[in-house]
Design a protein around this ligand. Sequence first.
Ligand SMILES: NC(=O)c1ccc[n+]([C@@H]2O[C@H](COP(=O)([O-])OP(=O)(O)OC[C@H]3O[C@@H](n4cnc5c(N)ncnc54)[C@H](OP(=O)(O)O)[C@@H]3O)[C@@H](O)[C@H]2O)c1
Length: 351
Amino acid sequence: MGFIKNTQIVLANRPVAEIDPATTFRKQQVSLSDDLAPGEILVKVLFISLDPAMRGWMRDVRSYIRPVRIDEVMRSADVCQIIKSSNPDFKVGELIRAHCGWQEYSVLKPSDDVVKINAFPGISPSTFLGVLGLTGLTAYFGLFEVGEIVKKGGPNCTVVVSGAAGATGSVAAQIAKHVFGCRVIGIAGSDDKCDYLVKELGLDVALNYKSKTFFKELHAATPKLIDIFFDNTGGDILDGCLRRIAFKGRIIVCGAISTYNDAVPKGPAYYSALITQRARMEGFIVFDYAEQYGKAIEDMSKWIKEGKLKSRETVVHGIDNTPEALVKLFKGDNTGKMLVKVAEEDTKSRL
Ligand SMILES: NC(=O)c1ccc[n+]([C@@H]2O[C@H](COP(=O)([O-])OP(=O)(O)OC[C@H]3O[C@@H](n4cnc5c(N)ncnc54)[C@H](OP(=O)(O)O)[C@@H]3O)[C@@H](O)[C@H]2O)c1
């Protein structure tokens, strides 16, 4: 039996408004025993997924998941490599996705939610935290289940996506454009991101919401109004899209990152458009569709191979930089999926 030195980052204080990385989190070092009970595996964390939802997990309020406790390792989805196993179904060297949190190593039990990763050529294991992970699945189920894109999609369907250069938004926008042939307008926070959306991802139009003329541009870009709005941001962008929603339009309430740091929430002003246009605005949580993940991953893997789904990652290196990297999500520093690389994969031990 031996012990491994394990760096962890725990939640030290609940932020009231914006996250101050220095006071919100605390780094600690613990010794982790590698003495495994039957069925357990010891894993090394390779990549940590950073998600805007983490801001919500720090609030002690009723939600879809319990809050992270004070002094508890901060929760996250991670891609990990098995370094010791007492489970015949999981071999040393294999890659898995699990919720180990912000730490370097973890011992996982058979009851933990552990998913094996079968990366295919040209796909990095970290893709299983992005396009083929929860953000990609969120885009897929938001469009299919809430947006009813199978029924509404096609060249006469105008889709607007906010947070379009981010992990979820970029997948939603590409599925709407390249799988369903819709007219797609992406909204993002810089001219560089807008260039990326049009030139690299092939969207019809991209609008910078920080432009002084954004609302005029949104009006001009939606002459046939908005049939489906995939909303990742909430706030003023949601209000702008409510004013342009089409008759029987759909608003997929995926996220509201512009409001997550608000100490006091405020609602949309133009929600009465839902009445006049008989439109529907509906929220969802990706976990609701867990039983259908397999089919979604199969579809999206196919679209990646066909060149219909492209992705970028913004990778911050070193576990110590995880708190600052989380704050960067709220400043728009990422294009595509925001990740922390904690350790290199040992490719020799991978079978
Ligand atoms: N419902 C679900 O099950 C589910 C699951 C996963 C994610 N989500 C939600 O989906 C949204 C996107 O998550 P993600 O993981 O894909 O993150 P992401 O879009 O990759 O990153 C967040 C992006 O949000 C934008 N942003 C930050 N502050 C903003 C503000 N005040 N106004 C407008 N945009 C702002 C930034 O881009 P710009 O440079 O463009 O500002 C930033 O890059 C989040 O709201 C998240 O909570 C929901």
